[in-house]
Design a protein around this ligand. Structure first.
Ligand code: ZN
Length: 374
């Protein structure tokens, strides 16, 4: 009989540390631990399960009290306590474990087996609910201008190039499992149709785009095309801030609607930038915006090999509400004879889209910034 018991022990890898009539072993694949009480025929037993303790009262004398600790996934420890009419064995369950109804099996030579299976936490009824899947990152892409506002016009029309690049960026980001929100996906602006005044439309349009930088989004990238009085080419990337450079200021005014309106919205964006410098959280976000700007610029330059015009801060109205890393990319000059013609080509626009996406992915992968809701 001893030989047989030992053989069984080896086969099922039971953890045996107590009296020779009690053993248990985890069946990890099936998700439970089996407790086996091998008792002389005629031994009385009663099993009571309450408050995560299973009490097995046995008509069986024991010499001493014992506490057996265990690494078992279902049970923390086992106590064997002498009682007046025999012994009580207590199984202290781990949180989420549940004991099934006991049953009896035949045993060897004048013995029977009382069996109690305890289901492991992940399989039990009281198991913890499955963890929700992590939310995919959400990136807002803003193709500049649209509808009545063509943006700058040179060898190309800005609103057409920005939309085409934005659609390519969306396709590439979605292929990487990233959710994309476009501020527009066609040739329109965001003002309601009944508004006739161009300036009024422009303010509403820019406000709505700027508002899309909050909520549960992770990054915001606005795409624009540059222009210059004197021939210039190359790529520059901006985040919100003030500027002392007259050309940068003129660019911000133009992108903010131009003319009187552009000046007014540039001043509003400037005061937001000023407030941000006094606000630690906003300041931190500006640092992440600068990092995103650098990542996008680096990736764009490695693909286009055009002129590096650097990362700068400027009072762009569309970036003023951002509580997430937000940048504005000037992908090239519409009126430069070479670059303007390049911007008309789909293969060049694809390179630009790939560069922007690579920069975004770099930022998301290395992203140690506190994205909202994470
Ligand atoms: Zn623009």
């Amino acid at each position: 009989m001893r030989t047989f018991a030992f053989f069984l022990l080896m086969l099922t890898s039971f953890t045996w540390a107590g009296p020779d009539w009690l053993r248990w072993g985890a069946h990890a694949d099936e998700g439970f631990t089996r407790f086996v009480f091998e008792l002389p025929l005629g031994t009385s037993y009663e099993v009571v399960s309450e408050n995560a303790v299973v009490r097995v009262r046995l008509g069986l004398g024991v010499a001493k009290q014992e506490t057996l600790t265990t690494e078992d996934p279902a049970v923390e420890h086992v106590e064997i306590v002498p009682a007046t009419a025999g012994a009580e064995v207590r199984l202290y369950l781990r949180p989420g474990s549940t004991a099934k109804k006991p049953f009896v099996l035949e045993g060897p030579a004048a013995h029977f087996r009382l069996v109690i299976d305890v289901v492991h936490p992940q399989n039990g009824l009281a198991a913890q609910p499955p963890k929700p899947k992590p939310r995919p990152p959400v990136v807002v892409i803003d193709p500049g201008h649209g509808g009545p506002d063509p943006g700058t016009v040179g060898y190309i029309r800005e609103k057409e190039v920005t939309l085409d690049i934005a659609l390519r960026v969306r396709y590439l980001l979605e292929a990487n499992g990233i959710k994309v929100v476009l501020t527009r996906d066609g040739d329109y602006d965001l003002a309601p149709p009944q508004i006739r005044d161009y300036n009024q439309r422009k303010i509403i349009d820019l406000d709505k785009r700027a508002e899309m930088t909050n909520g549960d989004r992770n990054l915001f990238v606005s795409i624009h095309v540059n222009s210059a009085e004197r021939p210039a080419r190359g790529i520059e990337v901006y985040y919100l801030g003030k500027t002392l450079d007259p050309r940068t200021l003129a660019l911000a005014v133009a992108e903010n609607g131009g003319g009187e309106l552009g000046l007014e919205l540039t001043q509003k964006a400037e005061s937001t930038a000023e407030a941000a410098l006094a606000d630690l959280i906003a300041q931190g976000n500006l640092q992440f915006s600068a990092r995103l700007a650098k990542a996008i610029l680096k990736q764009l330059l490695s693909r286009t090999h055009t002129i590096n015009r650097g990362v700068h801060s400027a009072p762009f109205y569309v970036l003023r509400y951002a509580r997430i890393p937000a940048v504005l990319v000037e992908v090239g000059f519409a009126n430069h004879p070479t670059e303007g013609r390049l911007l008309a080509r789909v293969d060049y626009r694809q390179q630009l889209a790939e560069g922007i996406v690579a920069g975004i992915l770099e930022m998301l992968r290395n992203g140690t910034y506190a994205a909202p809701g994470q």
